[in-house]
Write a new protein. Structure first.
Length: 105
């Protein structure tokens, strides 16, 4: 299951991770976010132990969403060694996210 990442845990979970990290910036009211949710959960299960997969509710956690220029949701950022290495705005096919992770493994 995807981790619930907050402003308080973002640095530890995302920026200090020694594994690739996929972060889905979303909100409860966002229709496309609800479409993407099950895909993120699948990816979380498939890459368990190999990558960190989490979600940031932008309504409750605005600090890092603002810091990374999240203007539209869903936006998925892929981090490696604390740096953004991929960005996908809007819903994309599952393979897009899988490929982004596999490129880092």
């Amino acid at each position: 299951m995807a981790l619930e990442i907050t402003d308080a845990t973002f640095e530890e979970v995302v920026l200090k991770s020694d594994k690739p990290v996929v972060v889905d910036f979303w909100a409860e009211w966002c229709g496309p976010c609800k479409m993407l949710g099950p895909v993120i959960e699948e990816i979380s299960s498939e890459f368990d132990g190999k990558a960190v997969v989490g979600k940031v509710d932008v309504d409750a956690n605005q600090d890092f969403a603002s810091q990374y220029g999240i203007r539209n949701i869903p936006t998925v950022l892929v981090f490696h060694n604390g740096e953004v290495v991929a960005r996908q705005v809007g819903v994309a096919p599952k393979q897009t996210y899988v490929d982004a992770i596999n490129n880092l493994l």
